[in-house]
Design a protein around this ligand. Sequence first.
Ligand SMILES: O=C(O)CCC(=O)C(=O)O
Length: 591
Amino acid sequence: MFDKGAHDRDYIDSTVVIARASGGMVRDKTTGEMRMGGDQKEHHTVSSFRNSMMYFNPVVIIAGDQNPRMPSKVPHAYCVLDYFKGTHIWSEKSGGYIMHRCRFEKFNATKPSWWQAQGTEDSVTLGALAKPFKQSCKHCGTVSEQVYLQGWMCLQPACESFWKLPPLSSDAEGLEPDKKSLEYDPRFLKQKTRWPIDDSIYPLTSDSASLSNQSVLGEDCSLAYWRGIMCPYCGRCNSRLHWTAWKCENKGCSFFKKVPHAIIPPTSLRDPYFPLSTQYTLSKDTHLLYVGLHVSFAHNYRINKYTIPGIDGFVVHMIANQTVIEEPGGADDMFVALQETDIGLRRRALKSGVLKGDNYTRHFLVNYGMPYKFIAATDSVSFEGAVRPVTDTRSRLNWPAKYILAQHQGKPVREIEADWKAKEFNEVLALGYFEDQKISYHDDGESGLGSTIATLSLGAPGTMRLRMKARHHSGISSKGLYNDNPPMPGCDKYDAPYQAHLKEVAKDLGFTAARNAPDAISMMLGHGDVVIMHGAAIQKYYEHAVEHEGKLRFALTCRYIDPDSLPDKDKPTYKVRPNSGNYDGAAVGRG
Ligand SMILES: O=C(O)CCC(=O)C(=O)O
């Protein structure tokens, strides 16, 4: 994809594109512009380009409407040009650094190029000129074509003649070219490269819309189904934003295709190597040595409780067994019910993103009860009239949260009941994940948030990882600012006494970059498991992420959100009534 930030020597006409390989750019602190920040490495864009050349794989080029080299004004923010062959890759110097540059040639050169300026024609067609001039380097012996009109240069960065025009006399040194006067040699630019598959025709659009006619178990939750599609009516490229359907977002276009879903039976979630039983389930969690672990067993849950030095709070992983998973209205029933109803799950626009236009969450979500606006602005929905898995979640998570808090305080549940009731869960955030969807590292530390957060996992097994935030771990933020929060156990700088640490701030400013901390806790979340996070400090110093293996997973999270913390514009227009359920996990499996 080529958009703004084109390099001086980037070039696009109707059949040839020349561009620098991406990577190695930094933002100039004075001008705010992107510039080379070091030699470009042989990273993935360079190796993908080489692969395109070596395997005869044409690549699709997309141009943005801010690309200054486009020969005509393009109609959309991002436009697909066509398939191109990767034909040449070479090195140059730019701003004193080594840069890789690639030449692409239109795969099917006879097809009109829609981006050619209207009423213009190519002055030279591909292959109409003499072959490019070739020469072998006197120093390194490498044979290469002449790229620029100003003269042949060796383009091997390791060669002492690299990026030098031939000297005017035999005893003189070659000089670097004046970069302003560099012009491509038309013989190089307009040469035609033959590929064995030159006559092939490859489609430029996906045909996902035609995939969706059968109902194959798990297929509609697979990657192919939530990737974007091109609208078969109007041609617009659309992301899959709706849980149950593809919908064209073009105003006036009526394309809406419901995707048939075959209910994934909960029994298909069982792992034959870890058979589910009425015994306490085994744990697959791991944690770093500095994290404290206390394991207990109660009411059909194995309870792994993690404490972190320096953090006032804890994380609990309650691992369910067959008795709770299969109880009426339990995890199995909820998993089926969530597949039978559209509870309003959507991929929501994120507040910020690198690309133009809306960027969407990778997963689907919907918020019930008090609005929870963290990360993605979700349109909250009232609990009134919500389907059972949503309404039941509050009651089903109230119980473990109360139970664990009471256990933590060494009291019976009834003694904390009144305090709990005053701030019981008033929000449910439902997340739905298809294959390969996940939630990246984040915290839940919104202002006005109650100190306890509980999540019920349903469906495919997930992994929840918690790690210290990079700015606390390495004492420096991603923007390079010194972090003046006291260092805490587990961070890189803990061993130095804090005062000495402060005295050494100047030296510490020599920190190169914020480094990600290792995962302190990894919890393998099974179907029916509950995670409880307690304490604001966990959200302040730590962040969590969840991935899953499988086609379909749900996470239902309950929080308390102080209604007074919401600005008037965010207050719900409906009443958030107290939870009327009275689920008691302690009674499950008795008699
Ligand atoms: O998917 C999950 O289990 C957790 C979701 C989560 O991190 C969140 O709701 O903040």
